[in-house]
Write a protein that binds this ligand. Structure first.
Ligand code: PMT
Length: 415
């Protein structure tokens, strides 16, 4: 399916930034550039100083139809590290040297390419090429892992004859592999078509009296991002949401609730017809046993006591009731992230759990970004550094797809 899409010139309207670094494979980037252009993409090229030792900027300039930038300091007015990033749908670094991987992993910014990378929030795809001993060096492995954890797509180099004459893993990935990765990043996947997904989001509010409640800091952003991602990938969504200031994504059936028991009722109603439940809501664990029927008066009181009772554990209840549904929970933790998450995964009988450290600066409740580790009941683990919740949503869907959904033989996951 990807091959057909590739042939059809489906990158029309997409703009890519191609970064070329100093590897002997730099000349192969010319072929990649031509293929991207043939498919309708516009491409701007950045070259490192090392890359210009192997191939001239003029070659890329002629074939891209755009000026090639090689110098961060070419002129103070143009600020290429900012202007090149503007409007980019994806960045492709091909070939990428070990030196480049190290700089990108560490966030070093000493040339136009590495500085520009700190300015982009679009998908980044990296196609390494180097000698085999370098690729398997623990430092390189560490940097590749760090980049992947951040959501960067780092392709595996191929095994074959290298410039050194040795046969090892280090060859520039095949052009088709690189184009498939660009397609997967830029073209809508419909791999969730046929799935009916029940998503919960936001906080619940447990009344103390008619005007006051117990609640938490959940904004709904994580759950809404998941609902949006499922829709974008062709699935049907019922979103059960606690109070949130967000507008539900279009195409989603939304049920608004306030309390944990209203959320339990709404989710129970839709559970039997769903194929996947993703429970991102921050359900209040306790509620006042007897909320006051009228507004509580202060009347000189300096303290007031409430008896609290546990709310229903909706996730455990639905998981126990499942027929064939895949059940995914979240774990919001402030300490011992993985061991507490594993306990919840087991105790609630889940297929997957998304463990997020809600003390992580810039992640967790209310923020636009999140860092998480996805754990499966069968022992797989995928860790993701801080990234936009919408991108994490896609990673969660990838994990559910790869680890839990059965795909009929012969049917492609990517169209
Ligand atoms: O909404 P945002 O601002 O974007 O923030 C996102 C988030 C931090 C709220 C989200 O990523 C998250 O972690 N949601 C789960 C919060 C939570 O309640 O975690 P928990 O570890 O207390 O609960 C474990 C699981 O059981 C959760 O899937 C929860 O939805 C579920 N649960 C909890 C209590 C309860 N009574 N019923 C439940 O179903």
């Amino acid at each position: 399916m990807v091959d057909e899409a590739r042939a059809a010139g489906t990158l029309g309207g997409k703009h890519l930034v191609l970064g070329v670094t100093g590897s002997i494979a730099a000349y192969k980037a010319v072929g990649v550039l031509r293929a991207l252009r043939e498919q309708g993409a516009t491409v701007s090229v950045l070259m490192t100083r090392g890359a210009t030792k192997f191939i001239t900027p003029l070659t890329f300039e002629v074939l891209s139809g755009h000026r090639v930038v090689t110098d961060l300091f070419e002129s103070p007015e143009t600020m290429p590290h900012l202007t090149m990033a503007e409007g980019a749908d994806a960045v492709l670094v091909a070939p990428a040297t070990a030196h480049f991987l190290a700089k990108a992993a560490l966030g070093l910014a000493d040339d136009v390419l590495s500085t520009m990378l700190l300015n982009v929030r679009c998908p980044v795809i990296v196609a390494p090429a180097m000698d085999g001993e370098m690729w398997t060096h623990p430092t390189v492995t560490q940097h590749v892992d760090a980049l992947r954890a951040r959501g960067v797509v780092v392709l595996d180099p191929e095994v074959g004859p290298l410039a050194s004459g040795r046969i090892a893993q280090g060859r520039f990935p095949a052009e088709g592999t690189i184009l498939d990765a660009v397609h997967a990043a830029l073209l809508p996947q419909r791999d969730w078509r046929g799935q009916r997904v029940l998503v919960s989001a936001g906080p619940t509010q447990e009344p103390l009296d008619p005007v006051r409640f117990l609640s938490n800091r959940s904004s709904g952003k994580m759950g809404y991002a998941i609902a949006e991602a499922v829709c974008a990938r062709g699935g049907d969504v019922v979103l059960v949401t606690g109070p949130s200031a967000l507008t539900p994504p279009s195409g989603v059936t939304t049920v608004h609730v306030n309390t944990a028991s209203e959320m339990a009722d709404a989710l129970s109603r839709h559970f039997s017809s769903c194929t996947v439940l993703i429970m991102a809501a921050a359900v209040a664990d306790f509620r006042p046993r007897v909320p006051a029927s009228g507004k509580l008066k202060k009347q000189g009181k300096v303290a007031i006591e409430f008896a609290l009772e546990a709310t229903p554990d909706i996730l455990a209840m639905l998981s126990a009731r499942r027929t064939s549904q895949v059940v995914v929970g979240f774990a919001a933790e402030t300490e011992q992230l993985l061991s507490h998450a594993k306990d919840k995964l087991r105790a609630k009988g889940l297929d997957l759990i998304v463990a997020n450290d809600v003390t992580h600066a810039g992640g967790g409740f209310g923020s636009d970004d999140n860092a998480a580790t996805i754990l499966s009941a069968t022992g797989e683990q995928r860790a993701f550094g801080l990234m936009p919740k919408r991108r994490l949503a896609d990673e969660i869907l990838n994990a559910v797809r790869d680890l839990c959904l059965v795909v009929p033989r012969g049917q492609s996951l990517v169209e």
